[in-house]
Design a protein around this ligand. Structure first.
Ligand code: FES
Length: 101
């Protein structure tokens, strides 16, 4: 019996995109979400900290429902990284206290 994986890697021919994560450059494949890029390519710090308990938070649902993946992207706080596609030159700031738009 042959099985094929449920998920396939991004086509290797894609031109990588350069993100800056807390100021550190990171090359990731194009056409993926910021959350996917961070989960796959770095040992990311907490995305943010709970406003109540101040405990670290990170992506949970990966479909836009839980808001556990919010981060500051290009200076805009409260962006859901699981719904945001990577873009060349994007600035992603993780680990800040919970911020709202
Ligand atoms: S991981 Fe749940 S909203 Fe992004």
């Amino acid at each position: 019996m042959t099985c094929s994986p449920a998920f396939q890697p991004v086509a290797p021919g894609d031109t990588p995109v350069l993100l800056y994560v807390n100021g550190t450059p990171l090359h990731v494949p194009a056409r993926i979400s910021v959350a996917a890029a961070l989960l796959a390519y770095i040992d990311a710090p907490p995305w943010h900290r709970s406003a109540v308990s101040h405990r670290p938070r990170a992506p949970y649902c990966l479909m836009g429902a839980c808001f556990e993946c919010v981060a500051r992207i290009d200076g805009e706080p409260g962006r859901r990284t699981c719904l945001t596609s990577v873009r060349d030159g994007m600035q992603v700031d993780l680990g800040a206290p919970h911020e709202t738009r």
